[in-house]
Design a protein around this ligand. Structure first.
Ligand code: BES
Ligand code: ZN
Length: 626
């Protein structure tokens, strides 16, 4: 193969500088390195020149000023004599130094784009470790600072970070690309008595002086750096698993997640050993903007999955699965997001199937398929955002994070499974995680890997492009079909056609998923009297299952069933999970009167939401304009 001009140039520069720098890697080593970092349009860093390999944090958390401040130290891998470039967003940098010589280093923050700025540090020729002092802004986009009243127990304030996709740069100066990996350690000072947890080895108990140390010895991408601080307690669930929550939530959380250790064992059985030591889950206050976030060793989870009947725990299987797909083999750029999420949904469903059987898993699959079809309809059948491989250049990566990556990605893998046969496909996946562990993957390198390791021996005409680079769904895509849903569909139809009464609908053995299927199939403009009768029979407005409540509220809005509105208001004030907020606020904004009501609720709810949700809902409700 012909070496690229840029590679040759870089080698020339490297050789020219080799006596003035401490570059130690050999040429071939360097060439190898060079191919490691994909071009990421969402980071200003230039890791092919200078990359961080370890980060050491020493920070304190001030709930009064809502500022994190302290020191960060970076160990560098230098491949040429360029500056060290980091991503920052709203950070104040007060001093930068060479750690070995203690000499100050020149630095400058250059204005970037709406997602962040560029911190440029002028390195000395021998600098291999850089230290800096910094502080965050009180409205850092990764952080949600909560008053005690916004937590479950109301005993202490709470703080958590959300790094994915490009928010870590708002709480740590960092080379914020998923293609880069670092190990880290941290000293974190919090108010006395509070507990701090990170995506690292964690304490079991809080300590009175509020001083915690953390170590993450496995290299992770920056979006997986995470911190939470609050009044927290721990309960073990098994030899390798446990749950952290506010004390008042601990028992219900432990009950809900009782099968976690089994999930972990099932996952290992499927796709090889778990690489991260312990697997714990942290249950956050309801302002958490996602269902779950796969922070290594410590998944962050919304309390809205605690339904009391363990019916929403596929989310835990999902976040656990990311310990392989995402955290071990990581999408190189956000354009390759489907490699994280599509694989994870496939893996999640296989865990659920292993634990609860095929008919249970197929209900989840059909719900996912319904979501996907709706998303494709909304985006447009021809929209490039329905490709698996995305083009998010100059856009917020958040824009590409739709059901397409998750559910079309899932269907693609299920399709591959059907072609190769389950046994062969499982073998392939197991190896994929093993061979590519702690590496990053672009869509193109995955295709190459797939062709060499699975498709080479398969004698069939296989059109990958149709799946990966084309819109919508290929004609021969698998269609998940749940038999249990078929009977739900027929009873719903009979009821809608007034062939049966509400009191004749047998729901005793329905799971949450059958309820979701039933409710999703109710037409938008159904007569509100009909909803009232359903409500009277099944107490849907009062449902403590967030998934059921959310779809029920949607129907209440579209049918103007006002009896549900006080509960809807309470839900919107409390829950910050974007997946629920988006459909509710968008249904509300479809009528003049409801929109006014929604804006009123939002004005009181907004402070309870994380920036991730605020950004979306502000836009949805034209908040600034109002
Ligand atoms: N990694 C995602 C959450 C995420 C995606 C955060 C994109 C920021 C940007 C997480 O694993 C996830 O997919 N969560 C889902 C739940 C899952 C069961 C589909 C969620 O939060 O709804
Ligand atoms: Zn996920």
């Amino acid at each position: 193969m012909k070496p690229k001009l840029t590679t040759l140039l870089a080698i020339a520069v490297l050789m020219a500088c080799s006596d003035s720098t401490n570059v130690s890697s050999s040429k071939s080593n360097y060439e190898m390195k060079k191919s490691l970092y994909a071009n990421d349009t969402h980071s200003f860093s230039e890791p092919n020149s200078v990359a961080m390999s370890h980060l050491s944090l020493n920070i304190s958390i001030d709930f009064v000023t809502r500022i994190i401040s302290g020191a960060a130290a970076y160990t560098l891998e230098r491949n040429d004599n360029s500056d060290f470039i980091l991503d920052v967003d709203g950070l104040e940098i007060t001093a930068v130094r060479d750690i070995e010589t203690d000499k100050p280093l020149n630095f400058l923050i250059e204005e970037g784009d709406k997602y962040g700025d560029k911190l440029i540090i002028d390195l000395d020729s021998n600098t291999s470790q850089v230290g800096l002092d910094y502080s965050t802004s009180p409205n850092a986009s990764a952080l949600l600072w909560m008053e005690p009243s916004q937590t479950n127990d109301g005993t202490a304030p709470f703080l958590f970070t959300q790094g994915q996709a490009i928010l870590t740069r708002s709480w740590v100066p960092i080379q914020d690309s998923p293609a880069i990996r670092i190990t880290y350690d941290a000293m974190v000072k919090v108010p006395p008595g509070m507990m701090a947890l990170m995506s690292a080895e964690n304490p079991r108990d809080s300590n009175i002086n509020g001083q915690y140390t953390f170590i993450m010895n496995q290299p992770i991408p920056p979006y997986l750096m995470a911190l939470a601080v609050g009044d927290l307690a721990f309960q073990s669930l098994g030899d390798h698993t446990g749950v952290y929550a506010e004390p008042g939530m601990l028992e219900v959380s432990a009950y809900e997640f009782a099968d976690m250790e089994k999930m972990l064992l099932a996952a290992e059985e499927l796709y090889g050993p778990y690489s991260w030591g312990r697997y714990d889950v942290l249950v956050l206050p309801p302002g958490f903007p996602f269902g779950g976030m796969e922070n290594p060793k410590l998944t962050f989870a919304t309390p809205t999955i605690i339904a009391g009947d363990r019916s929403l725990t596929s989310l835990i299987a999902h976040e656990l699965a990311h310990s392989w797909s995402g955290n071990l083999v990581t999408n190189a750029t956000w354009d390759d997001f489907w490699l994280n999420e599509g694989f994870t949904v496939y893996f999640e469903k296989r865990i659920m199937e292993a634990l609860y059987g095929h008919s249970y898993a197929e209900m989840l699959n059909e719900l996912g398929y319904q979501d996907l079809k709706q998303t494709i309809r909304q985006l447009g059948e021809r929209s490039p955002d329905t490709h698996l491989k995305l083009d998010l250049n100059n856009r917020n990566p958040d824009d590409g994070m739709t059901d397409v990556a998750y559910e079309k990605g899932y269907l693609f893998l299920r399709w591959l499974e059907s072609i190769a046969g389950r046994e062969k496909f499982d073998e392939f996946l197991k190896n994929y995680f093993k061979v590519n562990a702690f590496k990053t993957m672009t869509t193109e390198s995955f295709i190459e890997y797939l062709e060499e390791n699975l498709l080479a021996n398969i004698d069939e005409d296989i059109d990958l492009d149709q799946w990966i680079y084309a819109p919508g769904l290929p004609a021969d895509h698998p269609i998940p079909k749940s038999l249990r849903f078929q009977s739900v569909d027929s009873i719903r139809s009979a009821w809608l056609q007034e062939k049966v009464q509400v009191s004749e609908i047998q729901t005793e053995d329905w799971t949450t998923h059958e309820w979701l299927c039933f409710l999703r199939g109710i037409p938008e403009n159904i007569d509100k009297e009909k909803l009232a009768i359903l409500d009277e029979q099944f107490g849907l407005t009062q449902s403590r299952n967030s998934e059921i409540a959310a779809i029920w509220f949607e129907r209440a809005i579209t049918s103007d069933y006002k009896a549900a509105f006080p509960q809807l208001e309470a839900f919107l004030l409390k829950v910050g999970r974007r997946k629920f907020l988006v459909p509710l606020y968008s249904q509300l904004s479809k009528s003049e009167a409801n929109k006014e009501w929604a804006l009123n609720v939002y004005s009181r709810a907004r402070a309870n939401y994380h920036a991730v949700s605020i950004n979306t809902i502000d836009e949805l409700l034209d908040w600034n304009a109002s």
